[in-house]
Design a protein around this ligand. Structure first.
Ligand code: AMP
Ligand code: ZN
Length: 483
């Protein structure tokens, strides 16, 4: 499989440390508010990646953190603590906020068919490991104490800007955009590992540590959780593109300084979902959540389908028009599948080339849009309905847009509608001799009633009833039910 690697800036052959096994780490949500659909674009694409690796035969071990402490409103160690901000906004404790929005995040994932990673670690449950890592960085000379805080010393590294060889000055300024400078830092890109002399006197969560009572910086949590749960060599690290700098850059700095060897070989970054006005926001403009889309009548899976239609390495603009188009395409796809007749068997040889074209799309840097084209190719192919449904079912184990379930549901609904129609119309013009006989009897009874021969009409009704046929008279005419 070829997968773009932000470290090398090329589509690399995906190679793992241990053959057949993948260790995968995902930066999880900061649980101070609902996730917006931009955040969820990243999780959808990471979910597809994990499912495809499993589909391709890898044994995947995946971990994700939940950021419930330490993430400041600027990724560069300044601004307000996001969790504290959330707690103040809702007049609750930080832990109440964390629990509520962690549950909300998982509920959104469920609606979008995003599988929860095998290992999920709230940062607050791993503070001992963060402290241990900071201690080692201090004793190995990679960290220093200044003004009460512990900082990582980026000047100790041969290379700090691992993802981007652009003007280092510009990048550094980007980090400090619009915020005050921290005069404790020896180098402009040094970052906080442990806060004690925090400017947040009201910081709710604090822990005792060898460096004083305080709390961890944001970056350390992902390094420590990843190393602890997935080991010293990580195959794949994921996140949205905004995480690349400084978060992932700092993760690499401290993990490699701590381990003493290269750490993660492959970096997967999902480009952003934006609005027509620009950046997706939780505070300005329409706060686009899954619940909002549902309240407007959209199935969350239509949003997933919308995301899959684009490549993860292209930024995507969200619009309701775009979502409407995705809904029409999704509904048509389900309707076409519902026309097919399910079967318990499929032909391996017939299916093989279609599986190959799906794998070809996904092996080419996770090209989900091409994978969707592979679905249409199957639908157009001159192969049996059973083969079509089997193939699309296989693809959907990766794409997870519930195509087979939605088609089954639609088929059942259609059959029920048909049965109801047949009952209510008495299946006019039926080839079945018994039905034809009933229809003739109903017609004769109607004529008898018209001629005011009620005795004959009642006799016909009684005769049919003795044969299990109940007549139902209404303003629209007579229908029947067979027991
Ligand atoms: P956060 O909850 O802010 O820590 O972000 C959770 C994930 O969403 C991270 O992987 C971010 O990189 C990612 N993310 C943030 N904004 C967007 C966006 N507009 N589009 C796609 N991913 C995003
Ligand atoms: Zn992270």
């Amino acid at each position: 499989m070829k997968l773009y690697n932000s470290l090398t800036h090329t589509k690399d052959e995906f190679v793992t440390h241990e053959p057949g096994k993948v260790t995968m780490y995902t930066c999880g949500p900061t649980v101070y508010h609902f996730a917006h659909i931009g955040n969820l674009r990243s999780y959808i694409m990471e979910d597809v990646l994990e499912k495809y690796l499993s589909y391709a035969g890898y044994e995947v071990k995946r971990a994700m953190n939940i950021t419930d402490v330490g993430h400041l409103s600027s990724d560069g160690d300044t601004g307000e603590d996001k969790m504290l901000k959330g707690a103040k906004r809702e007049h609750k404790t930080v832990m109440e906020i964390a629990q509520f929005y962690t549950d909300a995040f998982f509920a959104d994932c469920k609606k979008l068919n995003i599988a929860i990673p095998e290992i999920v670690i709230p940062a607050t449950s791993y503070v001992d490991h963060f402290i241990e890592m900071v201690q080692k960085l201090l004793s190995d000379g990679y960290a220093y104490e200044a003004g009460g805080n512990i900082y990582f010393d980026t000047s100790k590294l041969e290379e700090y800007y691992v993802f981007n060889k652009q003007n280092q000055e510009d990048l550094a300024v980007g980090v400090r955009d619009g915020v005050e400078e921290d005069s404790n830092k020896r180098n402009k890109c040094d970052f906080v590992l442990w806060f004690t002399k925090s400017k947040f006197d009201d910081q709710e969560l604090k822990w005792d540590s060898p460096f004083g009572v305080g709390y961890p910086g944001w970056h350390i949590e992902c390094s420590a959780i990843s190393v602890q749960t997935l080991g010293e060599y990580l195959d794949l690290h994921c996140g949205g593109i905004d995480n690349a700098f400084p978060h992932h850059t700092n993760e690499i700095a401290q993990s490699e300084a701590y381990l003493g060897h290269p750490w993660c070989s492959h970096w997967f970054h999902v480009l952003h979902l934006n609005t027509n006005d620009g950046k997706m926001s939780k505070s300005k403009g329409e706060f686009l959540t899954v619940s909002l889309l549902e309240s407007k009548g959209y199935d969350p899976l239509v949003y997933r389908f919308f995301c899959l239609q684009s490549h993860y390495r292209k930024s995507l603009v969200f619009s309701y028009e775009g979502l409407d188009n995705a809904r029409v395409a999704y509904d048509k796809l389900v309707a076409r599948l519902a026309e097919l007749t399910p079967s318990d068997t499929h032909d391996e040889a017939v299916c093989a080339p279609y599986l190959a074209s799906f794998a070809g799309a996904m092996d080419n840097d996770l090209n989900t849009a091409m994978a969707i084209t592979a679905i249409y190719d199957v639908l157009k192919a001159k192969i049996s309905d059973g083969d079509k449904l089997w193939l699309i079912g296989r693809f959907d184990t990766v794409l997870s847009i519930s195509l087979i379930e939605a088609a089954d549901k639609k088929r059942t609904e259609k059959n029920a509608e048909k049965a109801e129609k047949e009952t209510s119309t008495g299946a006019a013009g039926s080839d079945d001799p018994f039905i034809a006989e009933i229809e003739a009897a109903i017609a004769e009874r109607a004529a008898a009633k018209k001629a005011k021969d009620y005795a004959r009409a009642d006799a016909i009704r009684a005769e049919l009833l003795s044969r299990g046929v109940t007549l139902i008279d209404s303003a629209q005419g007579t229908t029947f039910e067979i027991k």
